[in-house]
Design a binder for this molecule. Structure first.
Ligand SMILES: [Zn+2]
Length: 241
């Protein structure tokens, strides 16, 4: 199969190739994660120069050859330029993109991931929500989208609703009955509500709150345990956070 494709998504990363070209890693709604060659993207006046910038989001026209994709043209709707004004935003955005890269696959619809990236970058640009909290919320939501999140609504053994003991070994919630004999920790009602909110809230409301330091710490321990199980690869950008 070969031909012209129109895909919507964003540039996760961009790498110079040779003297004038670039290779871009795109996360797209229609085709998942794809790598495309942008010929001449580093020449002045090239229409591909802006389109091949990291974080550029919009519509991309791609020629699908037998063995490769070539970026032909693009209509960029957002560059998220506000991200570069602040070091923490920039590094958090890089981390967010790295995790999207980790989960992205060619041929796997990435609509949810693209929408999540959009609202996450917007929240980082706005600067109203603590960046550490943005990172935590993103981690949990992206893990949930990929089907690897703890069920925060019911007991992982009997299925009863309202379980609030976190099983630190198997990373599940247990009711008081089933918690006996397991290494568990009570989750506070506010923390449980917040975890449930993060995995179910509409994306437009996902980054609409801040947390008191104590509550954040409680959530951080839980989310970190879940992340370590789900994402078994160190992220380069995490060292900068
Ligand atoms: Zn139970």
């Amino acid at each position: 199969m070969s031909g012209l494709l129109l895909v919507r998504g964003l540039v996760l990363s961009s790498m110079p190739i040779g003297e004038y070209d670039r290779r871009v890693l795109l996360l797209t709604k229609e085709r998942g994660k794809i790598s495309a060659f942008a010929r001449g993207a580093r020449k002045a006046n090239s229409p591909l120069m802006a389109a091949s910038r990291t974080n550029a989001m919009g519509e991309f026209e791609i020629f699908e050859g037998r063995n490769s994709y070539n970026l032909q043209n693009a209509h960029i709707s957002d560059f998220f330029e506000g991200l570069v004004n602040d070091y923490d935003s920039m590094v958090t955005a890089a981390y967010v993109a790295e995790i999207a890269d980790y989960y992205g696959r060619e041929g796997l619809d990435a609509s949810l991931m693209c929408n999540l990236l959009y609202v996450t970058y917007k929240a980082l640009e706005k600067g109203e929500v603590d960046k550490k909290l943005i990172r935590l919320v993103y981690e949990l939501r992206v893990i949930d989208i990929n089907g690897e999140c703890t069920d925060f609504f019911k007991c992982g053994i009997c299925g009863k609703e309202g379980a609030d003991n976190f099983d630190k070994k198997d990373l599940r919630l247990l009711c008081d009955n089933d918690a006996q004999g397991h290494y568990t920790q009570k989750i506070s009602p506010q923390a449980l509500y917040t975890l449930q909110f993060i995995v179910t809230a509409p994306l437009t409301r996902l980054y609409s709150f801040n947390l008191k330091p104590e509550l954040f710490k409680e959530l951080e321990r839980i989310v970190e345990a879940i992340r370590q199980r789900a994402i078994d690869k160190p992220m380069k950008s995490a060292q900068l956070l």
